[in-house]
Design a binder for this molecule. Structure first.
Ligand SMILES: [Zn+2]
Ligand SMILES: [Zn+2]
Length: 132
């Protein structure tokens, strides 16, 4: 019984993440969306499920020092994140070629790389029109 409830909660959370992929929602936003479908769900339950999904590799947690709360997204191919420090928006940007093609060899004393996280902080064009 308990198992099927968890399964349903996780399905709802994953669906919210897929629908809002580009928004990189916080746990709080996911909680507010989830309550529309599951009125009795608690924020703690949302966190627990997000942790479970992260451990299972279905969800990625994005955290930068630019803000206090983590953002979440479905597990997708490696990419970098641009954080606007004014409006707090987070957008996906491709990893630079130099990072994708780098040879992690002994020169860096690294034997293998499992994941990469790159955060670029600045102002988006909506907050700060481009200067010529
Ligand atoms: Zn902005
Ligand atoms: Zn992303």
């Amino acid at each position: 019984m308990k198992k099927s409830r968890n399964t349903r909660q996780r399905a709802v959370i994953l669906e919210i993440l897929r629908r809002n992929e580009s928004a990189h929602p916080t746990a709080d936003t996911i909680y507010r969306e989830a309550r529309k479908v599951l009125p009795n769900i608690s924020l703690g339950t949302v966190y627990r499920n997000l942790n479970f999904l992260r451990e299972q590799g279905h969800v990625q947690e994005i955290h930068s020092n630019a803000e206090a709360s983590s953002r979440f997204e479905c597990n997708c191919p490696p990419h970098a994140h641009f954080h606007c420090t004014r409006c707090q928006s987070v957008r996906d940007i491709p990893l630079p070629d130099c990072l994708q093609n780098v040879q992690w060899d002994n020169t860096h004393s690294i034997s293998s790389v499992n994941s990469m996280e790159l955060h670029i902080l600045g102002a988006c064009s909506g907050c700060e029109p481009a200067r010529n």
